[in-house]
Design a protein around this ligand. Structure first.
Ligand SMILES: Cc1cc2nc3c(=O)[nH]c(=O)nc-3n(C[C@H](O)[C@H](O)[C@H](O)COP(=O)(O)OP(=O)(O)OC[C@H]3O[C@@H](n4cnc5c(N)ncnc54)[C@H](O)[C@@H]3O)c2cc1C
Length: 395
């Protein structure tokens, strides 16, 4: 089978799928090549928080660039999630919580008051200021916190997000085992792809988008470029399992810093609630043995959430790698899109910023006056294969 799409995208995480939808809605023909399952790597592991900048205005974390990039993201995503804004229409995506909380830990006396003042100082930079919800919060939460705020950051289910983004375009997604690349003299390429279904495709695109997360560096090589385009920052997330856990989506401020971010998920196979715990605890966690992280993490959580009964819970960990543009091993300040001939290497940096990346790619196609050719996609399998959550079949 031979195809000549306007764009070929490598990688069906949030970045690739959002870009695919954007290109197609604007009349470009596009195919997406996925070598595993959709979102495998980062998106399925994400906590699903559509950041609006809260994490970046906490003292010790303040970064003007990041805060200004993400501050409009909650409004942008809400428009897609409500169906008001199409392309993509995310109205069927499961929203786990419309807001995120942050709470100030208990019992730190004068030091606690100072921390509170510092913690709240940067919040005026946010588009929607946090609302004090201490009085209306459930008893277990009040027993745990000195103050509780609601931040206007929705939390979504990443599996549902990947599924609903991919479904309308299932016939344009090829799950493949191998790809080889033949460069032509004019700077274009002919790709030979062996699909997992056994079929073989020859694809000659006008543009190539690499949005395969950790796969980007190796893929760039097959197009003939050796430049270093990626840093990898590992995380070891903490997991707690148990149906006695309350629903919680939020960050804890302790010692003036966001020390832990907790999100509630469900393991449908086991019929159990799961907390995924990230933030500082997971940044440090990758340098610890899992047993040590569990021991320290449990002690920290028992101190930060004194109103929660952890006696019937099971604890575990999972590892994930964040792939981003090189930035001295620190979180880059925004999306990254670098061009090599007709190839773009992309990192959204955060799930929340995928729409910004898709808009930037679209602007490039428009600026170049890329011609729009139609594509007959008969013969491509139309399945949606979403990656499994990292806690499924574990502990
Ligand atoms: C534990 C954790 C929690 C996070 N929480 C949040 C959060 O709450 N909010 C937020 O905004 N961000 C969060 N992030 C960051 C966010 O997950 C990432 O920025 C985002 O998901 C990156 O998306 P991506 O599409 O670039 O990459 P990925 O999601 O990694 O997708 C890459 C895709 O490419 C495929 N692939 C890999 N190699 C190849 C290849 N050679 N050929 C073809 N396909 C290939 C993979 O199978 C996958 O489908 C979190 C990250 C982690 C690790």
């Amino acid at each position: 089978m031979k195809y000549s799409p306007d764009v070929v995208i490598f990688g069906g995480g949030i970045a690739g799928l959002w870009a695919l939808d954007t290109f197609i809605s604007q009349g470009y023909s596009a195919l997406l090549l996925e070598n595993s399952t959709l979102g495998n790597g980062q998106t399925i592991c994400a906590q699903g928080i559509v950041h609006g900048g809260f994490k970046y205005v906490v003292p010790g974390k303040y970064r003007q660039g990041s805060a200004s990039e993400v501050r409009n993201m909650p409004d942008r995503w809400r428009a897609h999630l409500s169906g008001q804004r199409k392309d993509p229409d995310l109205s069927s995506v499961l929203v786990r919580s419309p807001t995120c909380s942050f709470w100030l830990s208990q019992g730190r006396g004068l030091r606690g008051l100072l921390e509170e003042t510092f913690s709240l100082a940067g919040l005026s930079l946010l588009t929607s200021p946090p609302v004090d919800v201490t009085d209306t919060s459930p008893a277990w939460f009040k027993a745990s916190a000195r103050k509780i705020y609601a931040v206007s950051e929705p939390v979504i289910d990443t599996s549902s997000l990947l599924f609903h983004l991919a479904r309308p375009h299932a016939s344009r997604i090829i799950y493949y085992n191998t790809v080889s690349c033949l460069a032509s003299g004019s700077g274009s390429y002919e790709l030979t792809v062996t699909a997992k279904s056994g079929e073989s495709y020859t694809i000659s695109p006008q543009r190539v988008v690499l949005s395969s997360g950790i796969g980007n560096q190796d893929l760039l090589k097959i197009f003939g470029y050796d430049e270093e385009v990626m840093q990898i920052r590992p995380l070891r997330q903490l997991l707690v399992r148990g149906n006695s856990l309350p629903d919680l989506w939020g960050h804890c401020i302790d010692g003036g810093k966001a020390v832990a971010s907790v999100t509630t998920h469900y393991d449908s196979r086991a019929g159990e609630k799961i907390w995924s715990i990230g933030g500082e605890i997971a940044e440090k966690g990758h340098t610890q043995e899992p047993e040590e992280l569990i021991r320290e993490g449990r002690a920290l959580l028992e101190r930060l959430l004194q109103g929660v009964d952890f006696s019937q819970t099971k604890w575990g960990t999972f590892d994930a790698l964040r792939a981003e543009e090189p930035n001295g091993n620190l979180l880059p300040s925004g999306i990254s899109m670098k061009r090599f001939g007709i190839v773009y290497v992309c990192f959204p940096t955060k799930m929340a910023m995928a729409p910004v990346l898709a808009d930037a790619l679209l602007s490039e196609l428009i600026r170049d006056g890329l011609e729009k050719y139609s594509l007959n996609i008969d013969g491509i399998n139309s399945e949606v294969r979403v990656a499994s959550f990292p806690w499924e079949n574990r502990f």
